[in-house]
Design a binder for this molecule. Structure first.
Ligand SMILES: [Zn+2]
Ligand SMILES: [Zn+2]
Length: 372
């Protein structure tokens, strides 16, 4: 390793942030390629200065450097000394103009480049997008009766959302208007710019705002939607709720969210479901629970009792000698399982009612029974 980063910038090991910045600024101005045309030595010196500053101006990298004598490598970020020269483009957000003729805005650039956002190298890649964009998803909640959830139902939901403009079919163009090549981007759909910066020439690229990346614009925009291709509208959306949903179920209705701008794909509609409780049934998953009371003679001798189920009344045969608390399973009398053929079960819990009051006759009979 030749000169240390401190030596390159001409500062002491204890230099603080302001001193580093001042030294860097001075050196960068001196060796900037714009001021040293075709001077290879100045160019490599300029790169050296950058690498040194990018390491020393980052507390973590500086600590690493102090300890190991080299910059932490391999991150690909500006710290590795390639930020402005390689693929990562710290100026991708590029909304400021720079004028290197007189270095007037140099301070701003230092702030922008080293201030934080650009450092992670997350600029260019994540911003790239292909228009037209997809519309937003919408989320809504509906309340169903117990029966609606069990058997399914078609429900009409009224939703206020951005809908595709019928006048222009979402294109944003006034009907009959000529579609012309976007003059902002010359039909490319993106804005490219080569900027001279103190780090050399940097190419920037971003979607064109004028045409949303389409490369074409109408000569006259649609007056109904002001050229956005959509407008707020109250829409009735028919939602088919399948049998078996329960509180906590969410349905996704594809393409029923908001329309995308300029004819972009629509988002989805998410319908969250809550279900009212039933007076007659307790539901647990796809199973149904009910209770039924029988008398002591019914329990002792056996009987047939009517049971109300989701699918109509049936007769349940209780065998002789049934104890209180016994559970009978009515197989597949429960709730239709979501997107399956089979159903849950209906479980009937039997309670034998011991009479608290007996008629004279009953009392006699029980007394006879007890002497047996
Ligand atoms: Zn329109
Ligand atoms: Zn354009």
């Amino acid at each position: 390793m030749a000169k240390s980063f401190y030596d390159i910038l001409g500062v002491t090991k204890g230099a603080n942030e302001a001193e580093l910045k001042r030294a860097y600024r001075k050196m960068a101005l001196q060796y900037h390629p714009d001021k040293n045309k075709d001077n290879k030595e100045a160019e490599s010196k300029f790169k050296e200065i950058n690498e040194a500053y990018q390491t020393l101006s980052d507390t973590q990298k500086r600590a690493y450097y102090d300890q190991f004598g080299s910059a932490p490598g391999g991150s690909g970020g500006p710290g590795a000394g390639h930020g402005a020269y390689g693929g990562g483009n710290p100026f991708a957000g590029g909304h400021y103009e720079t004028n290197f003729g007189d270095f007037g805005n140099l301070g701003d650039i230092f702030e922008s480049f080293f201030g934080g956002g650009a450092r992670g190298g997350s600029g260019a890649g994540q911003r790239r997008r292909a228009g037209p964009y997809r519309g937003n998803d919408i989320e809504t909640t509906i309340k169903l009766t117990f029966e609606e959830a069990v058997f399914g139902k078609e429900r009409e939901l009224v939703i206020n959302k951005l809908e595709r403009c019928e006048t222009c079919s979402g294109s944003g163009a006034q009907p009959g208007a000529k579609i012309v090549t976007c003059s902002t981007c010359n039909g490319r759909g993106e804005i490219r710019a080569a900027r001279q910066t103190i780090f050399g020439q940097v190419a920037t690229q971003r979607p064109c705002d004028s045409c949303e990346g389409r490369g074409k614009t109408p000569e006259h925009v649609c007056t109904k939607c002001q050229g956005t291709g959509r407008h707020k509208k109250t829409d009735a959306v028919s939602v088919k709720i399948p049998a078996g949903v329960d509180t906590g179920s969410t349905l996704r209705v594809s393409g029923k969210g908001e329309a995308g701008p300029l004819g972009g794909e629509s988002g989805d509609l998410y319908v969250n479901i809550t279900v009212e409780k039933s007076k007659e049934y307790v539901r647990d998953g796809f199973d149904i629970y009910t209770e039924k009371e029988i008398s002591v003679p019914q329990a002792v001798l056996g009987c047939e009792i009517p049971i109300k189920t989701l699918y109509g009344d049936i007769t349940l045969r209780i065998p002789a000698g049934t104890a209180s608390g016994k559970i009978f399973k009515l197989k597949e009398y429960g709730v239709q399982k979501l997107q399956q053929r089979d159903r849950g079960d209906h479980l009937v819990k039997i309670t034998v009612v011991i009479p608290a009051k007996l008629s004279k006759k009953e009392k006699e009979l029980y007394e006879q029974l007890s002497q047996e």
